[in-house]
Design a binder for this molecule. Sequence first.
Ligand SMILES: [Zn+2]
Length: 336
Amino acid sequence: MWLLLVSLILVGPARALDYASWVDGTPIVAHPEPAYQYAAELHHAIAPLVAERPGAVRPFVVGMTGQDRPIWGFRISAPGDTPTQDAPRKKLLVFANIHALEWVPSEIAVAFLTEIARDPPKGVEITVIPSLNPDGRAKVEADLLAGENTYRRGNGANVDLNRDFPVNREAKAVWRHLIPGRYATSPAPLSQPESRALDSLAAAERYDVAVSLHAFGGFLYYPWAGLWERPKDWAEMHRLGLVMQAAMGAHAYKPRQLARWGFFFRGHGMEIDHLYGTYGTKSFLIETTRSGLSPFRPKDWNNHFRWYNPKEPERHVREGLRALRALAHEVGGQLG
Ligand SMILES: [Zn+2]
């Protein structure tokens, strides 16, 4: 009895959360963006996969948000595909929606999860986190229901999680004096529970490759984001980027070092620099879509949700899926 009590205290309530019951307690509501899924719908789509493939799709709580929502992750591997000393299993992490308004990434993450749950690639264990920022996402969901058009990037505390990491936080480019707003970071490294949750997971798992799905831009970015210098593994990351590009078809995104997006651009304290600089994980920030704005729909020009999320997301989801599928097979099969 004492042991049970002590272990309950040590493990804490977060880890005791049962996914199926949590999903049952998360109701689906009607909303004004029917081509997109609210968080509840994403999980109602994932729950049957977990139930149908016990052991193949394993839900876990990555951490709790500032507003006490679970950040769900899912580990997927082929049943019976056990790693051996000669053929150790690789690890791939895919996470999405670090920025509150970027929903195409979550759609891609769940489409990817659904596909690999049915036919998991060999030689790689894949972890998918459909939303790293459930609090920020919940605010956007409420905005849409209320007909509010609010620009939201941060988490529940309005901190940009994409600038909350320790590596390359220092602005070094001379341009920072000219346009300081572009070089801002969060109050302190790992100041938010969501970034700490990602960091703890990355520290424990030591992923070979990680992908952070964003919108919009149409690029396959890799580190460094905060430095102009080429990273040590530049050639290998660029090669993996080309593998994704080749799989994407007519509208393929191009691989590029993020700091070289523009001569003035640096992203400080970004997740890909942290994952690569701290854990050696070859990391990508995929800017999916090329915005949802159209010259033919001027009424959308001021719609923040539409900036990131095209009215018809299907094509963008298919393109993202092709890139991730190719990456997963590459990581499982050939990465040295
Ligand atoms: Zn973003």
